[in-house]
Design a protein around this ligand. Sequence first.
Ligand SMILES: [Zn+2]
Length: 174
Amino acid sequence: MPLGKDYAAQECSIARALEIVGERWTLLVIRDAFYGVRRYKDFLVHLGIPRAVLAARLQTLTDAGILEKRRYQQSPPRDEYVLTDRGVQLWPTVRSLGVWGNAHVPGPELRTFRHAACGTGLGPYGECPACGVVPVPEIEMVPGPGLDPDPADAVSRALLTPKRLLQPLQAELA
Ligand SMILES: [Zn+2]
């Protein structure tokens, strides 16, 4: 469901950003892209999202320059979706929402994040307390205690071991 059109009258930068990322599922698609999900069918099984909604969100994100479509197979044609620099810059937003959710909305902690180089858990602002700012590809996602140890889908299984953000899951899914 798109936001009301009168929203476009808002000149606030938050409103402008929400015009792109404020629809239901959109930030979860982006989250999965940080986890290394790239292919339509992998987003589909991991998110449990209706097909039409996923197709629409991928289109919106591609149009907005947050995801880039790359052909990985010619016949039949198949594309994968990779975060652009513009998309990677949404990491602090995704991370902060997770931190806020853990603090204010009760539920299991599924994943934690650490600086791959030194193993230190990231601080509340995504920084490494030991080293400072950590580039996104140097962040390692670590399964948390609340994660289902025996999930039904291959993407969730691939995400049961620590892995760096943005690193494609394809090797684990092959
Ligand atoms: Zn560090």
